[in-house]
Ligand binder design. Sequence first.
Ligand SMILES: NC(=O)c1ccc[n+]([C@@H]2O[C@H](COP(=O)([O-])OP(=O)(O)OC[C@H]3O[C@@H](n4cnc5c(N)ncnc54)[C@H](OP(=O)(O)O)[C@@H]3O)[C@@H](O)[C@H]2O)c1
Length: 278
Amino acid sequence: MSNDTTLVLGATGNTGRRIAARLRLRGTRVRAASRSSRTPFDWFRPDGWDQVLRGVTTAYVVPPPVPGPAHEFVARAAAAGVRRLVLLSGRGADDWGDSAFGLDMRSAEDAVRGSALEWTVLRSSNFDQNFDGPPFRAPLAAGELALPAGAVPEPFIDLEDVADVAATVLSEPGRHAGRIYELTGPRALTWAEAVELISRAAGLPILYRRVSPAEYTATLVGEGWNEEEARHLAEMFVLLEGGVATRPTDGVATVLGRAPRSFEDFVVRAAAAGAWSR
Ligand SMILES: NC(=O)c1ccc[n+]([C@@H]2O[C@H](COP(=O)([O-])OP(=O)(O)OC[C@H]3O[C@@H](n4cnc5c(N)ncnc54)[C@H](OP(=O)(O)O)[C@@H]3O)[C@@H](O)[C@H]2O)c1
């Protein structure tokens, strides 16, 4: 094991926990950090950041949920001797205008891309695993997924591929410097087609219904969501309907030298694990 330490932010989340496990298996020294991790890290408590950054050479960054703090974090990382940053971002970050999504993602990208450190940005499309976790598992298990999404397809990506790409990039200094990888699955499906595949694999009648963004927001608030977060998620669908991120890309193959996993592969695994059982 080398003495280099890789900091993984969002370490309890979808990507962070998968990436940390992969890096540890490769023999990398990992510092896993988030508000509830053993190494506490909070985007809104910068007084704790220097301690988290001590001795770190490479950092995986899950962006903050508001524009701004990433700039200060990157400056502190550079001062602490960090040499490389790998940022998770979203597909179409350049095309999302002044939406909350666009502002958050571009602010974090600007901070990383404007730094003097070696950087790589991973722009991911929507994860397959949104369907077997929050926010879609529960409505699917109840028999109907209602979303403000029409016929515009989405090239859903398997989180295992996002994690494989991130762990590879984090482990290969120099090779991915200044690159923005657009990461997608191998083909685009409409949300209705995705639900149809889930229904067939699960052997359960599950329907897809298109609703308006306002109806979707109201449903989420009725389920106890904070209104701003509910509007934020509904807004994402409105942006996707504009067709900014429909095309599959070769980002996974460029980094890994193999094709991305299919949506069907995810559906089979999740159905076998009982993800949508009632
Ligand atoms: N879902 C998708 O399909 C998709 C697709 C592309 C990009 N993205 C982007 O992916 C990012 C989320 O990444 P993810 O899915 O890996 O994580 P996630 O599963 O959403 O979990 C969020 C992580 O961030 C930590 N966190 C939350 N608030 C924090 C704070 N104030 N300070 C420090 N850490 C905090 C959480 O841990 P603690 O609670 O312990 O702090 C957790 O580890 C978002 O920027 C999203 O836009 C998502």
